[in-house]
Design a protein. Structure first.
Length: 181
């Protein structure tokens, strides 16, 4: 297993630690900050694994599949916790999770036809804004401008979630045609 794939798996391994510190009653004063650091480290592995894979030609089908899945697991786990404690509106989580399930199913259909769908730029922008949204919510700075920024980033993340869904479907619409024959 190459380094980018190890970084992807490391991101997945960090998820239960993030969840533990974020929702744990044992760390009432510092749990959010520990969770924030874990989330940032996990998010940086996403940036790093992609750069290493492209620079050293270590792109694999495993990485094409597992990297976006690791991102989904990380971001959705964080958002579920945030809805649970009232930090994130449930409709945002529903839109994002519905998109993620749809794209995962779409990728499975493509895989059955021997097609691996790699992440698009819209999908990458979506992930960056979703991760930024989570970080801003975790920071929870009690300033009016920061609250406004957080709301703006939430809405951008939702819009990019929908745009990236449309982009994936449009660019890979032949996958759906192949399943009808």
């Amino acid at each position: 297993m190459n380094l980018p794939n190890k970084l992807t798996l490391f991101r997945v391994i960090l998820i239960p630690f993030f969840v533990f510190f974020y929702i744990s009653p044992f760390f009432p004063e510092y749990g959010n900050y520990i969770a924030l650091v874990i989330f940032i480290v996990a998010s940086l592995t996403d940036l790093l694994d992609g750069k290493i894979a492209r620079k050293y030609n270590l792109v694999t089908n495993f990485g094409k599949f597992m990297d976006p899945l690791a991102d989904k697991l990380l971001v959705c786990s964080a958002m579920v916790c945030m809805v649970g404690n009232g930090s994130l509106e449930s409709w945002i989580l529903i839109v994002i999770i519905c998109r993620e399930f749809f794209i995962s199913g779409f990728r499975l259909i493509a895989a059955e036809n021997g097609i691996v769908i790699a992440a698009s730029y819209w999908g990458k922008f979506k992930t960056v804004f979703q991760m930024t949204m989570v970080i801003l919510i975790l920071l929870n700075l009690q300033m009016a401008w920061f609250a406004t920024l957080t709301v703006i980033v939430k809405y951008i993340a939702v819009v990019l979630t929908i745009v990236s869904l449309c982009d994936y479907v449009w660019k890979n619409r032949s996958v759906l045609k192949e399943t009808n024959t």
